[in-house]
Ligand binder design. Structure first.
Ligand code: HEC
Length: 208
């Protein structure tokens, strides 16, 4: 008799389903209080604090670890909101000096920019050529050697890579802040290399 009872219980247990089987019933949990813990949800209103906000405001002066230490370095803009004219020299120094930083920029540029702008920066990368073939003119990357782009401030190229511009996406997820500046430095080197004549004239021009 005992055995029959055991078998019945065992069958009953089996018929309630197995781990991994789909069920619309709530799971059977041994120690429930490990699952249902009292907590406040994001943005939830709760009476615990005087202002009833479950999310607490930052303590004054807090600097989040994810925040870039320098706002100008992170945005490419100076304190007066104008674009920074050049790659921050301290950042270059912190990253091993001009040659090392340029090397890094070249490496990143060749990975992240050349598919559209091409290795030389003439805008004839594979993606652009394909876009051209398909008649998607808006997706063709421009040459980086035109007069306007040779003369925009370094900070504006940085902001372009950081935020994207019109049909060009942002590269801030792929490239951390220092890498984006390194790419800017390399774009400048590319521009100089492709337009030695024009660059020489601008270099020697009296300041306007
Ligand atoms: C997926 C293709 C693609 C990639 C990759 C890409 N770009 Fe672009 N880029 C474009 C397109 C398209 C435009 C033109 C955007 C427009 O005007 O609609 C553009 C425009 C630009 C401009 C000109 C912005 C202006 O003021 O007109 C610069 C500078 C530039 N890209 C730099 C870069 C750099 C540096 C990288 C690498 C981090 C990069 N791009 C990666 C497609 C790309």
């Amino acid at each position: 008799m005992k055995h029959v009872l055991l078998i019945v219980v065992a069958l009953g247990a089996l018929s309630t389903g197995c781990v991994g089987a789909e069920s619309d019933k709530p799971p059977i949990v041994g120690i429930r209080n490990m699952y249902n813990q009292p907590r406040y949800d994001t943005q939830e209103k709760k009476p615990f604090f005087a202002d009833h906000r479950s999310m607490r405001p930052e303590i004054e002066g807090t600097v989040s670890r994810e925040m870039e230490a320098s706002l100008t370095w992170a945005t490419g803009r100076a304190a007066d909101d104008s674009y920074m004219l050049e790659v921050p020299p301290n950042l270059i120094a912190m990253n091993g000096g001009t040659e090392a930083f340029l090397d890094r920029g070249k490496d990143r540029y060749n990975i992240y920019c050349s598919p559209c702008h091409s290795y030389s920066g003439n805008g004839k990368g594979m993606v652009s050529r394909r876009a051209d073939q398909l008649g998607a003119a808006g997706l063709v990357a421009p040459t980086l050697h035109d007069d306007r782009l040779r003369h925009i401030p370094d900070g504006q190229i940085f902001a372009t890579v950081t935020n994207g511009v019109r049909n060009m996406p942002s590269y801030a997820h792929n490239l951390p802040m220092a890498d984006r500046w390194a790419v800017v430095l390399y774009v400048r080197a590319l521009q100089l290399s492709q337009a030695p004549q024009a660059a020489a004239t601008t270099e020697t021009e009296p300041t306007r």
